[in-house]
Every structure is written in structure tokens, then in C-alpha cells.
Ligand binder design. Structure first.
Ligand SMILES: Nc1ncnc2c1ncn2[C@@H]1O[C@H](COP(=O)(O)OP(=O)(O)O)[C@@H](O)[C@H]1O
Ligand SMILES: [Mg+2]
Length: 208
């Protein structure tokens, strides 16, 4: 409690922080999320994301980004910081909307949401793997991270994929139960799943 009080005295409240960002020339880029706000400045090559400190899904993802070294994950500028118990901040490279790369959404979702890729998506998944080596591996590892924790849920849809030039980048693929205000999660046995198997053609692509 003492530490919490001290932090609240020494760190700006979210309202103060946002006022300071505006003074420094930042504007809100996105208010879409309930638990985050992304800020940018026209002349900067980075954005600043303020997010709920309790959002363990996003913390898990940030830790993964810092260790995985995959081109399909956002590059962090510096380390994320927990400003106080209410909100945290991370500086990220500026990415762009998918635009001409929007074809990647369906095959990426097919890999992410299905253990086996449905027949009608297989062709697109093979194209995805051939165009972006190891992207399928990255998606599968994120899914595995979710399966290993009952509070984490895969959340990959169009708005959570952006691009760096011609490379798709997954920006926010894990949602967290408690972040949505669910305090008591019904007890469910912790899922222990073996690593997901890949069909032979995907294995070839992933190993390419
Ligand atoms: N690195 C980035 N560069 C540019 N825009 C971004 C970046 N990260 C997020 N955004 C913008 O902010 C929106 C929300 O970001 P996201 O990380 O999905 O947070 P949340 O879903 O929690 O609001 C994105 O859909 C995109 O418009
Ligand atoms: Mg999002």
C-alpha cells in the first residue's frame, strides 16, 4: 500500500500523462481498445502505446516480442514501463495499415484458430508460408503461449495485424480474461497440450 501511494505521488496519472503528451505534440492515433490508447506525433517514427497495467495478455505478448526476434513482431524502442498500477507504456516502431497485404489475414487466422487448416484455406496458407518464412511458426508459438494459460486467449483479427513495408506484423494477438472485468474465472483444469503438429506441407514451409 505504501509503495502504491508513493508511485501515485511520483508518477503522473493517466490524465496528466495524456495532457503532457498533447503538449509535446502527440495526438491519439487510436481509441479503439478499451484498455489502451496509441499516441503518435507526425514527425516521429515511433508510436507510444499506453495500456492497462493489469492486461497480462499484452505483457505476455511484449515479453514474447523482446525474446522471439521474429520479423513478424513489432520492434520495441526501449523497454516497456509500468508507470503505475493503473497504466503502463511502451514505445513501438511505427507500422502501417495492411492495405495491399490484406490477403494475409485469412490464412493467418486459419493457422491461428485451427489446429488443422481447413481445406479451402490450404492454398492461401501455403502461399503465406512461402512468402514469409517462419511466419507460421511465429503464429503457432503465440497460440501455444495462449493454450498454456487459461486466462490468455488468441485474438488475431484484421485490426491486430499491420505491416512494416511488405512484411505483416502481428501487433496485439492475445486477450486476457481479467482485462475485461471478469474477476472470478470459473475453475477449469489447466490445459496441457502437446506442441501442435504441422501437416507435412506446412512443416516443409516452416523449415524452409
Ligand atoms: N506500432 C504501431 N504503429 C502504428 N499504429 C499502431 C501501432 N500499434 C497500434 N497501432 C494502432 O492502434 C490500434 C490499436 O492498437 P492495438 O495494439 O491493437 O491495441 P488495442 O487493441 O488494445 O487498442 C491499431 O489498430 C492501429 O490502428
Ligand atoms: Mg488490438
Amino acid at each position: 500500500m505504501r509503495i502504491r501511494t508513493l508511485l501515485e505521488l511520483t508518477r503522473p496519472s493517466l490524465t496528466d500523462a495524456e495532457a503532457r503528451l498533447r503538449q509535446a505534440g502527440y495526438g491519439v492515433l487510436s481509441t479503439a481498445g478499451n484498455f489502451s490508447r496509441v499516441w503518435d506525433r507526425p514527425d516521429a517514427d515511433h508510436v507510444l502505446k499506453l495500456f492497462s497495467t493489469t492486461d497480462q495478455g499484452y505483457w505476455t505478448f511484449l515479453r514474447f516480442c523482446m525474446t522471439a526476434r521474429s520479423p513478424y513482431l513489432p520492434r520495441l524502442r526501449g523497454r516497456p514501463i509500468q508507470v503505475n498500477h493503473h497504466y503502463s507504456a511502451v514505445r513501438l516502431e511505427r507500422l502501417e495499415p495492411l492495405d495491399h497485404l490484406s490477403w494475409v489475414v485469412e490464412p493467418m487466422q486459419a493457422v491461428f484458430h485451427n489446429p488443422d487448416v481447413p481445406a479451402d484455406r490450404r492454398h492461401a496458407v501455403i502461399r503465406l508460408g512461402a512468402t514469409y518464412p517462419k511466419l507460421i511458426d511465429t503464429i503457432r508459438v503465440i497460440k501455444q503461449v495462449c493454450l498454456n494459460d487459461q486466462h490468455l486467449h488468441p485474438d488475431l483479427f484484421e485490426r491486430n495485424i499491420m505491416r512494416r513495408g511488405d512484411v505483416p506484423v502481428i501487433i496485439d494477438p492475445i486477450s486476457y480474461s481479467d482485462a475485461w472485468g471478469i474477476k472470478e474465472i470459473p475453475p477449469t483444469p489447466k490445459r496441457r497440450t502437446p506442441p501442435m503438429g504441422m501437416s507435412p506441407e506446412l512443416q516443409d514451409i516452416a523449415n524452409a
